[in-house]
Write a protein that binds this ligand. Structure first.
Ligand code: ADP
Length: 458
């Protein structure tokens, strides 16, 4: 198995080497072709120059002798080619020995096709449109390269190789750097998932990546960790809440029954009915769990019809007026006039939603407190606001209040409840495509807002 970093680096380097080799090959090929063409042009010009020089010599001297144009021999020797001068009858006037140029000839360095094969070319020497002689130019390769030419070619090859090596070193460094940008966040996410699988949910990846997909992956794993940690807290809380709810009535029953068995407490009808109440409370807890089960199994049946929210809430408000008066709480009910409060929904279930919200507001507000019920149209939605100036909700409790069996610490100890009212509210609203939010401050009060889609939007 290889690390991502190693695999990516190898990939970069292999691709780069291939690219460099291909570039080197094509650059070399092009340069060689161009260079050879240039050399052939130069060579042809030299042939023309030799022929016209010998024509000039003939013109000056009027005939050939064994020294005519012999001074060309030196240049020919230096240029590694052989000259032979013939008269018009093809008789040699003077000529060079081809062997004399072979030792000057660096065949190895030139790497030319047909190396070592002696090639000759014969040109006419004309005067007054008459052939007066011939010159034969012979050489050991199609192109004759001087030492400078060979040096030029090798230096080009060397610089191509050198630039290839330097490029490769740069590419290796760059690939190591870039592959690190992939490998570090991926390794971090992999480590995080190991922690998560071990149940350590408080881990978080803090290394940002500027690669979109990796950043998305990192964010998703961070969200996953947060959710798992939230679920874990919730699970612990649920277990402790349920055991608390079960233990309380059981303890009361056990202590009383033991005292009765020991004869410490006389068995009276009043005591027995008190114990029966505890059993009923216990049964209520199980009933509540059953209601939750219905929601979770999504087996709840809703009968949708056109409902008038204003009428529905006015009904619930009227039902609570007496209870509020008993607790000396004032309910302020405001219904924005001339609005269309029609929605599509299950009237009974929606009534239950507002019963839960208003009963909570009364339950968690002390005597002489105040509760506001406001129903209005905010142009996007129909909003139902249930507000109180009661005990409020702790900031750390706020994210959990809609969870099953969750009860704020205070309410758990001092105020009766089951911790499922808001879960039912949220689930019912979800089935009506409505949403709910909450704002609260401890000792200041709480505001729940429910947002319904308008009738035409449903
Ligand atoms: P219950 O009221 O039976 O405890 P709910 O699901 O209705 O259960 O509410 C969950 C918790 O949310 C309550 O225990 C309480 O801590 C908090 N809560 C709900 N409504 C209010 C409110 N109006 N003011 C203060 N706390 C509230």
């Amino acid at each position: 198995m290889q690390t991502i970093r190693k695999r990516l680096s190898i990939l970069f380097v292999v691709c780069s080497i291939t690219a460099i080799l291909l570039i080197t090959f094509f650059v070399n090929l092009t340069i060689n072709n161009k260079f050879n063409k240039y050399m052939i042009d130069t060579q042809n010009k030299r042939y023309e120059r030799i022929v016209s020089y010998l024509q000039e010599v003939y013109k000056r001297e009027g005939k050939w002798n064994e020294n005519s144009g012999i001074e060309l021999m030196h240049e020919a020797y230096m240029g590694s080619y052989c000259l032979t001068l013939f008269n018009s009858d093809n008789k040699v006037i003077w000529g060079m020995d081809p062997n004399a140029v072979t030792n000057r000839f660096n065949l190895e360095a030139m790497k030319i096709k047909d190396e070592g094969v002696y090639i000759t070319q014969k040109f006419d020497i004309r005067f007054n449109n008459k052939i007066v002689g011939y010159v034969e130019i012979g050489q050991y390769s199609p192109i004759v390269l001087s030492e400078e030419d060979i040096n030029f070619k090798t230096s080009i090859n060397k610089s191509i190789i050198a630039s290839g090596i330097i490029t490769l070193i740069i590419i290796i460094a760059v690939s190591l750097y870039f592959s690190k940008q992939f490998s570090i966040p991926i390794r971090e996410v992999a480590n995080m998932s190991v922690y998560l699988s071990k149940g350590e949910f408080n881990t978080k990846s803090n290394i940002n990546s500027n690669i979109e997909e990796l950043e998305d992956l990192r964010n998703s794993v961070n969200i996953l960790a947060e959710k798992l940690s939230y679920q874990d807290k919730l699970r612990r809380r649920l277990v402790s809440d349920i055991s608390h709810e079960i233990r309380t009535p059981l303890n009361v029953l056990q202590n009383n029954l033991e005292a009765m068995i020991d004869g410490v407490l006389p068995v009276t009808a009043e005591r027995m009915s008190h114990l029966n109440e505890e059993v009923i409370r216990f049964g209520r807890l199980l009933d509540n769990l059953n209601i939750l089960k219905e929601f979770e199994a999504e087996s709840m049946k809703l009968s949708f019809e056109t409902a008038f929210l204003d009428e529905l809430i006015t009904d619930v408000y009227s039902d609570f007026c007496v209870a509020a008066e008993e607790k000396n709480i004032k309910i302020d009910y405001y219904l924005e006039p001339n609005r269309d409060y029609r929605i599509t929904g299950d009237k009974d279930k929606l009534k239950q939603v507002f019963i839960n919200l208003i009963s909570n507001a009364l339950k968690f507000t002390e005597e002489k407190g105040k509760v506001w019920i406001n129903v209005y149209d905010n142009s996007k939605n129909i909003v139902v606001e249930v507000k109180d100036n009661g005990i409020g909700i702790k900031e750390e409790d706020l994210p959990f209040i809609f969870e099953r069996l969750y009860r704020g610490d205070k309410s758990r100890h001092e105020i009766e409840g089951s911790g499922i009212g808001l879960t039912i509210v949220k689930n019912t609203l979800q089935l009506h495509s409505a949403s709910i939010d909450v704002e609260s401050e401890e000792e200041e009060g709480t505001t729940f807002r429910v947002y319904f889609n308008k009738f035409a939007d449903v």
